[in-house]
Design a protein around this ligand. Structure first.
Ligand code: AMP
Length: 286
């Protein structure tokens, strides 16, 4: 058995940057100068294989890689039954059915007997078959959004994040086929034979993801205002309260949602807090 775990990640496209960000935030040190190659992580027994996003499932399925990072939509499209170890919280999008803005179709049921162009033919076929809507799925590999305009199909199934590309192409969504985000998938044999190593990697990535939307708050306050301040700080657990050398004063430490910090700062100040520090959290395991 190989002594180093192999992780397949995309070498091109929109998942590259957030994936590399996640691996670097996890503390892994590696060269990414040539993404066609295998990068050897210098401070951990891991090799990173840079492959096409569409090929990640194949590499993991075949056991060439033990773990892989790719889009949920691509796992669905490959029809592979690989264990999803974790959802990674980025690369969020949905696979949506859409039609020309001026077309009469309002719901996916209205597409019965029509043509649907998509680069996700397997997922689309399953979706329409499950709903017993007979459509002609036309598989194309790119520029899906122009298919209705070109007369290739009456509808499309395509990836959408904000919806602005659909709107720009004169299209209107009429139904969601699949919600997707980046996922960590594993080879089933690796899950069985290398459970400890895989858990170590997953725990580290999960800790980075969990830390991303949290902040560490530190502040000083009069002891007499503790109850009031505690009421403002739901925290991960109850806040830490530390006596200060100055009589009657305490320090309070707490983990809070990053989005809540805006609203919290003036209220903490009004409740007597001073010297408030907001610190990033590198990793969080709760
Ligand atoms: P790409 O390699 O750039 O074509 O995209 C690869 C993956 O990025 C897709 O399979 C999706 O999982 C994910 N993705 C996230 N948001 C979008 C989006 N708005 N459009 C296309 N792909 C997206």
């Amino acid at each position: 058995m190989r002594d180093r775990i192999r992780l397949a990640v995309p070498n091109k496209g929109r998942l590259v940057e957030p994936t590399l960000g996640l691996l670097h935030d996890a503390g892994l040190v590696f060269e990414e100068s040539d993404r066609n190659l295998v990068a050897r992580v210098q401070n951990y027994a891991l090799d990173i294989l840079f492959v096409r996003t569409n090929d990640v499932i194949e590499f993991v399925g075949d056991g060439v890689a033990d773990l892989g990072i790719t889009g949920e939509d691509l796992l669905s499209e490959a029809g592979a039954e690989l264990p999803v170890v974790r959802r990674l919280g980025y690369g969020r999008c949905r696979l949506a059915a859409a039609v020309s803005s001026d077309a009469p179709y309002q719901a996916v049921e209205d597409l019965a007997g029509l043509r649907v162009a998509t680069s996700h033919p397997e997922t689309s076929r399953r979706y329409f078959a499950e709903r017993r809507i007979p459509v002609d799925v036309i598989a194309i590999s790119g520029a899906v959004e122009v298919a209705p305009r070109l007369g290739l199909a009456e509808a499309i199934v395509d990836l959408v994040s904000t919806g602005s590309t659909l709107a720009m192409n004169g299209l209107r969504p009429i139904g969601d086929v699949l919600a997707s985000e980046a996922i960590l998938v594993a080879n089933p044999a690796a899950v069985r034979d290398r459970a400890a190593a895989l858990t170590e990697i997953d725990t580290m990535l999960a800790a980075v993801i969990a830390a991303r939307d949290k902040k560490y708050l530190m502040m000083n306050a009069p002891q007499a205002r503790l109850a009031e301040l505690q009421g403002l700080l739901p925290g991960l657990e109850s806040p830490s309260v530390i006596p200060l050398a100055h009589a009657g004063m305490i320090a309070i430490h707490s983990v809070v949602d990053a989005d809540a910090v805006w609203g919290l700062l003036p209220r903490l100040k009004a409740a007597g807090a001073s010297g408030i520090l907001v610190l990033p959290i590198e990793k969080l395991v709760s």
